[in-house]
Design a binder for this molecule. Sequence first.
Ligand SMILES: Cc1ncc(COP(=O)(O)O)c(C=O)c1O
Length: 429
Amino acid sequence: MTTILPTTARLAIDGGPAVRSADRLWPQWPVPADGVARNLDAVLQSRRWAISSPLGTGELFERKFARMFAQYTGTRHCVPVDHGSSALVVALEALDLQFGDAVLVPSLTWTACATAVFRAGLLPVLVDVDPRTGCISADDLDLDVDARAVIAVHWSCAMADIPALSAVAEPRGITVIEDCAQAHGARWLGRPAGSLGRLGCFSTQNGKVLSAGEGGAVVTDDDALAPVLEELRADSRRYRSDRGRPGELELTESASRMGANFGMNEFVAAILCAQLGALEDQHEIRNRNYALLTELIAGIPGVRLLRPAPEQDRMSIYELPVIFDELPGGMTNTEIGEALTAELGRPFYPSDAPLHNSVLLQPWTKPALAPLTERFVALHKDRTYPHSTFFAEHAVVTHHSTLLGDKQDMADIAQAIAKVVAAGTHRAH
Ligand SMILES: Cc1ncc(COP(=O)(O)O)c(C=O)c1O
């Protein structure tokens, strides 16, 4: 195994020699899978570019992807949508809640988790996360706010303990929605992410491990929720059950719920059908490299990789958090990220700002949200989020494609971490 030797060399960010030479390239992302170009061409030629196209011959890619992704997630139903954010909106809308009902959202996540709640006419209530995984745990469920749902985000490479959350939440009328935007293919005691909660929401945006630029999906085992989700994402329409006449649409105005257009277009579905075929191999490479990197940095004081709960038997790494329990020489994690980026020629950066500090979450900029905003501001005045704050200040992350590299790439990362820690410690003395 490569040995990581301590170094006293000047940091690249201070003008010293970088750990990695600029001519060594990193993996790029996204990686077009076999068959993508063929599928896209088939869509072009079919002239059915949306699910609301006139009937034609052959199965829509959207239908095919829905089948494939339900199978991948071990669920009975998959309803594809245009974005992960829309997946959250329709999942919340499907629950038939009242305007202003509270929904628990972990602070440590992307802004869409909270903005989707507002978009559904509901009130997000931010809660802290588990200090080990960065995901919401049963202990974080605030039972005082009388919430009707919780968005349990699987964060970065770790999963929330959905069975434990459900055991507390569901008997109290709090529906558990899994947010799997960062967890396609992760498994908890053998069960895939998305199949553990009442509903599972996915994003297939450009950076995600399953990507088509944009896109998303909701999965569920609930036979009653599935047709509602279908209508909510297609202007109150569902797929027709009869064969229809030429020129008619594939969708019929079933209209049990007022929906909006959140439909996945055929180009996105065509890409996803091919990309899904590459996902398992990519998981394997990333997880092998994660194990190697864990070994390589084991001797560096004060640093570790985020470790999922023991029940999580397969990781899906979206971003890899390197946790600096001790910030070397008083450097901030932003400075550590900049130093690593300069050593490696690959972006390392703090994770997204937690929502209680995020400039992206500003409901008061939308006058129509005023009744919710007033309650949102009052509710959050005295809340604290020590564990989210810890991750926000001590984690430095890199995109999952960094882990699609080889052993030498992992050795470079470990070497750069060792160098930054040594330099920081040296500076402090
Ligand atoms: C945890 C989480 N939820 C939801 C979303 C929203 O997905 P999209 O960007 O596809 O709307 C994201 C996307 O970054 C995410 O990371």
